[in-house]
Design a protein around this ligand. Structure first.
Ligand SMILES: NC(=O)c1ccc[n+]([C@@H]2O[C@H](COP(=O)([O-])OP(=O)(O)OC[C@H]3O[C@@H](n4cnc5c(N)ncnc54)[C@H](O)[C@@H]3O)[C@@H](O)[C@H]2O)c1
Length: 362
């Protein structure tokens, strides 16, 4: 269920000022209360003449979270299915670098049954790779795997090298489930060369009232899930003495606090993913394993479309803050993921590639 914009919570609790309880001025410290007052008076007196110093309603209004925006991640049966991108996979004769090809490679994509994970899986297939879709919803993954294969056949009639696309169940936050899925993938595909971790979700509650079991679930899927799959695939690559590369899906929310929706645990999770990727990039550089991050901005997946249909004001607010003036299409990640997985990015590791229409540079 979406709780779209519904839960205006009153916060009438009166807090005692912490400073009054704990701050004891000494001879060596300038009393903070005095300097704060002076600063405020100085600032007010230097306002442009047409500004009413008593009108504070506009202050900070474009850079604050709004606790009225409350959106819960839907249950599995409420998640809308995604549609694969059409008409991008045919053989073409435009010159491009062969180092972008993923031919002969085997890629694992978590969260591959829907949204960004599905589109990035399709980019891998189009670039010549075999792909293992991993998701909580194995049936939806299988349906999409069949569709990806069908698209490939439609767009490449008579092709000799046909990619293999498989679907696997895993709860990415559960170590046993992750290990079982990796063993199944290695059995089916013979090896793993690349990983994309797209299983993850966001939801919006203000930090004070966010149910803590949901916070733990969010961190479990986004952070533990990324860590477990990354270490599992790295272990396999090192056992094979093979090089490889991984792309972790972070978010612009790992670098900036985007508004107005409150989502502190999600932002913290995505910041963790960025630094996890940097740390693993250093730790595994000796083994030829590269680890990079893609940080998408607001992307129009089936799920975000549904959320924005219910919250038209949110759509206006979001697009007003994106320099290019529009949300991204999931397809906008196809080139980014292919570049970071392939040999074209051979000297790139520990990087964070923002695909956000310029959101984080303003
Ligand atoms: N859509 C955006 O605007 C956007 C922006 C920035 C970052 N992201 C990130 O991109 C990633 C993908 O998001 P999306 O928009 O495609 O979401 P989505 O909900 O459309 O797809 C996520 C997929 O992950 C799967 N999943 C969820 N929990 C799982 C678990 N425990 N184990 C295995 N699979 C699980 C879901 O079943 C679903 O198929 C997420 O990490 C998200 O935070 C999305």
């Amino acid at each position: 269920m979406f709780l779209a914009g519904a839960l205006a919570r009153s916060t009438k609790t009166v807090f005692r000022p912490i400073a009054a309880l704990t701050f004891k001025p000494t001879n060596t410290l300038r009393p903070i209360t005095t300097s704060t007052k002076l600063y405020k008076e100085d600032k007010r007196s230097s306002l442009p003449s047409h500004i009413d110093p008593n009108d504070t309603t506009h202050e900070g209004q474009f850079s604050r979270t709004d606790n009225k925006v409350s959106i819960e991640y839907p249950e599995e049966h409420d998640l809308p299915p995604s549609v694969p991108v059409q008409g991008r996979g045919a053989i073409h004769f435009k010159r491009t670098l062969s180092s972008f090809s993923l031919e002969g490679r085997s890629c694992v994509v978590t969260g591959g049954a829907r949204g960004l994970g599905l589109v990035m899986s399709q980019a891998c297939v189009i670039s010549g790779a075999d792909v293992a879709l991993v998701d909580l919803n194995k049936e939806e993954g299988q349906r999409q795997a069949d569709q990806l294969m069908q698209h490939f056949h439609d767009e490449n009639p008579g092709a000799e090298n046909v990619p293999k696309v498989t679907s696997h169940y895993a709860d990415v936050a559960n170590p046993e489930s992750v290990n079982a899925a990796l063993a199944e993938i290695i059995k089916d595909h013979g090896k793993i060369d690349h990983l994309v971790t797209s299983a993850g979700f966001t939801e919006n509650f203000d930090a004070i009232t966010y149910p803590f079991d949901r916070v733990k679930k969010l961190w479990g899927v986004n952070v533990d899930g990324t860590y477990l799959f990354a270490t599992g695939v790295a272990r396999h690559l090192m056992e094979r003495k093979a090089q490889g590369s991984m792309v972790m899906i972070g978010s612009m929310s790992g670098a900036v606090v985007n508004v107005p929706q409150p989502q502190a645990p999600y932002n913290a999770a995505k910041a963790a993913i960025r630094h996890l990727a940097s740390s693993l990039a250093v730790e595994w550089a000796h083994a030829g394993i590269r680890v990079n991050v893609i940080s998408p901005g607001y992307m129009l997946t089936a799920l975000t479309k549904k959320i924005l249909d219910d919250n038209p004001e949110l759509y206006k607010h979001w697009t007003s803050l994106i320099p290019v003036g529009k949300m991204g299409e999931p397809e906008d990640l196809m080139g980014a993921v292919t570049y970071l997985l392939s040999d074209a990015s051979g000297y790139v590791t520990g990087a964070d590639l923002r695909v956000d229409g310029g959101y984080t540079v303003t």
